[in-house]
Write a protein that binds this ligand. Structure first.
Ligand code: HEC
Length: 87
């Protein structure tokens, strides 16, 4: 489920994502060791809720960020958070 969402919403084109074949983007950082990070994009404390909120709407938290709104839903974002924290 999560790997197909990473492709569907373009995450894989911008990020390298562990365990997702073809997700080798270099626009943003590699999404590895996410559960050990202190901050999300340097602006939010790294909690499951905050990480999902960032994925849904980065400019809400960082107005000049290069990461776009992809159209992913809150529920889908929570699936990605569960995946990322399991890696
Ligand atoms: C057009 C390229 C692009 C797309 C598409 C994109 N991102 Fe990003 N992403 C970025 C950039 C650039 C940053 C760094 C943002 C910043 O620090 O302001 C980022 C930051 C992040 C972060 C924070 C990483 C960290 O090191 O703290 C996460 C998590 C993330 N993206 C997940 C996703 C997910 C999940 C998707 C798909 C729904 C996605 N991104 C789609 C470019 C992209």
């Amino acid at each position: 489920m999560a790997p197909s969402l990473f492709r569907k919403f373009g995450c894989a084109g911008c990020h390298t994502i562990p365990g997702v074949p073809g997700a080798d983007g270099k626009v943003g950082s590699a999404l590895s060791d996410m559960r050990r990070r202190v901050y999300v994009a340097g602006v939010l404390n790294n909690t499951p809720e905050n990480l999902a909120s960032w994925i849904v709407s980065p400019p809400t938290f960082s107005p000049r960020t290069a990461m776009p709104v992809t159209g992913i839903s809150e529920r889908q974002a929570r699936d990605l958070v569960a995946y990322l924290y399991s890696q």
